[in-house]
Design a protein around this ligand. Structure first.
Ligand SMILES: [Zn+2]
Length: 346
């Protein structure tokens, strides 16, 4: 079955079965720190194009290119990010959503570069947007963590937090950190559990370049820092909040770590993965081995176009050999799994 057929099924589920189609992972502002989170552009017609990485579908070559560019041509990356984000506006996102059949996008900050307050200032549309919060783990005082999360719930109705271990400078396993960060990480996990939120974790590498803060590191978010090779995990064992590991846990990794994905799938039931920035081979391998029950669609930053991201995902679904019906995979990945995450735990 071809991609067009899958798109037809998606449209059918949306129009006839009244399924809401979600993108669970959208960054309306640059989170690396290259462009300030402001909208200067009044032209709502700027459309996103597929980047080279999108065209290469996040394959090995794409990952090697990204890594090399971050080392030898950081200015080039900076300028590409700038060029896209300076032209984008809420209109750009809404157009992109309409072209990709997405009803609702989850807007994702990463503190301190982008706060949920800044996102909400420009992207205020409760019908088409859902909001996640974020905490500046380095700067915040431990006693401020709970009131700050409560504030974000009250003002923005956040459904979860986005944490980016590589950019924010911490290990997801609390005890791997120094004592101060360990206490803060535990506090965040406690509050998230009590408030029935979920956490969207960046998982995998991050290619860092010139604008780096000293505490950033490319590898805090590797899967081995969530769970050890015996399958033990402080987070997943001691806390009951659901997690989404973005990028199938392997962002920018040239060799994907499938062994740990298997371990997570076997041992912990409240972990999902998102599809953003994932190559076709890994996505298909996942679908063939585990089906679609724990996968949600996400497109990530504006330099990865939403349309290419959903296209890649639909294409993988149609090419996967599995017992599942295509309708079932599409409705799970684009709707039901995310709704479970939003409603089941509230
Ligand atoms: Zn992200």
């Amino acid at each position: 079955m071809r991609y067009e057929k899958a798109l037809e099924i998606l449209k059918y589920l949306k129009d006839r079965e009244n399924l809401k189609i979600y993108d669970s992972h959208v960054h309306p502002f640059d989170v690396i720190g290259v462009v300030r989170p402001e909208i200067n552009n009044k032209d709502n017609n700027f459309g996103l194009k597929s980047s080279l990485i999108d065209k290469l579908k996040f394959n090995k070559t794409a990952n090697i290119l990204m890594r090399s560019a971050s080392i030898v041509a950081p200015k080039f990356i900076e300028n590409s990010v700038k060029e896209i984000y300076q032209k984008c506006s809420p209109g750009t996102l809404l157009n992109e959503m309409d072209h990709s059949c997405i009803d609702i996008s989850t807007l994702v900050p990463v503190c301190p570069w982008v706060t949920i307050d800044e996102i909400y200032k420009y992207y205020r549309d409760e019908k088409r947007f859902i909001y996640l919060g974020s905490i500046d783990i380095q700067a915040i005082d431990i006693n401020e963590i709970e009131p700050e999360i409560e504030r974000q719930i009250t003002l923005f109705n956040i459904k979860g937090l986005k944490l980016h271990p590589n950019l924010q400078g911490f290990y997801p396993q609390p005890s791997y950190n120094n004592e101060i960060i360990e206490r803060k990480v535990k506090k965040i996990y406690d509050v998230v559990s009590n408030k029935k939120l979920y956490i969207l974790f960046h998982a995998g590498y991050t290619n860092l370049f010139s604008k780096n803060k000293s505490y950033r590191r490319k590898d805090y978010a590797l899967l081995k820092n969530f769970i050890n090779n015996k399958g033990q995990s402080e987070i997943f064992k001691n806390y009951n909040f659901p997690s989404v590991l973005a990028h199938l846990g392997n962002y920018a990794k040239i060799f994907k770590d499938r062994k740990i994905i298997k371990l997570i799938m076997r041992k912990y039931s409240n972990i999902m993965f998102d599809t953003s920035g994932t190559d076709a081979a890994t996505l298909r391998w996942f679908l063939e081995n585990f089906g679609s029950k724990r996968l949600i669609f996400g497109s990530d930053a504006y330099y990865h176009s939403m349309k290419s991201a959903s296209g890649l995902c639909l294409e993988c679904i149609t090419r996967t050999v599995s017992k599942e019906k295509i309708e079932e995979s599409i409705s799970n990945i684009f709707c039901r799994n995310f709704e479970l995450l939003l409603h089941n735990y509230k």
